[in-house]
Write a protein of this length. Structure first.
Length: 216
């Protein structure tokens, strides 16, 4: 599903990642951790193909993604869902419209958009709030909308960058239970977080970065 071979990322005066070898099989769920500046966000940007590695090879679903054209990158991203600490919802669009946006951009027909959005709203327990605006929801509900938007196109790989950073421990566990539910049906998940307490409760593999190097 996901394989990094000797991946490095260098900027002008800084090496963000150095010689990373990593593999996640289909259906794996793992945490990515490390100190601030360790390279977690850079690694996620490479996986999302926002940036390209300076050296090494990145494979997703057995396809070499290290040097794809812009057109092919766009096609590959259809199989990746991304969740941020701030769900980045459009404030003047209701919840249904926020979740539907990736499908609209991809050219889905409206009947299919409605079917998929209703299905994911049910999965994140927000089926009764489709017409609400983002500021009418709690922080935990907003994050669930962000997750629904990330999975509405049924990706096989789910990436998350500090998805519980703004939430209290109870809400954090609610969000993690959603990740576990998606993982249980075969979605591969990689979750970057500083929350070591949360990681300990989940009993999942942990990938640790330190100054751009993979240390465990």
């Amino acid at each position: 599903m996901l394989r990094l071979e000797r991946i490095s990322k260098r900027y002008k005066n800084h090496t963000a990642l150095c010689n990373i070898n990593l593999e996640l099989a289909t259906g794996d769920m793992a945490f990515l951790t490390g100190h601030s500046g360790a390279g977690k966000s850079t690694l996620l940007k490479l996986l999302l193909m926002i940036e390209k590695p300076t050296a090494g090879m990145l494979y997703i679903n057995n396809k070499n993604c290290s040097r794809l054209s812009a057109r092919n990158i766009s096609a590959m991203r259809q199989d990746i869902g991304m969740i941020f600490q701030d769900p980045k919802l459009i404030p003047n669009r209701n919840i249904f419209e926020n979740i539907a946006l990736p499908l609209l951009i991809s050219g889905y027909r409206m009947h299919e958009i409605k079917r998929r959005v209703r299905a994911v709203l049910e999965k994140v327990s927000l089926e009764n709030k489709s017409q609400y605006l983002p500021n009418e929801l709690s922080l935990g509900e907003q994050q669930r909308v962000g997750i629904a938007r990330a999975i509405v196109h049924k990706p096989s790989l789910l990436l998350a960058d500090e998805p519980t950073g703004n939430l209290d421990p109870d809400l954090s566990m609610e969000i993690m239970s959603l990740f576990e539910a998606f993982n249980a049906v075969g979605v591969t998940a990689l979750i970057a977080t500083h929350d070591l307490g949360l990681i300990k409760t989940m009993n999942k593999p942990v990938i640790t970065l330190q100054q751009g190097a993979l240390v465990s």
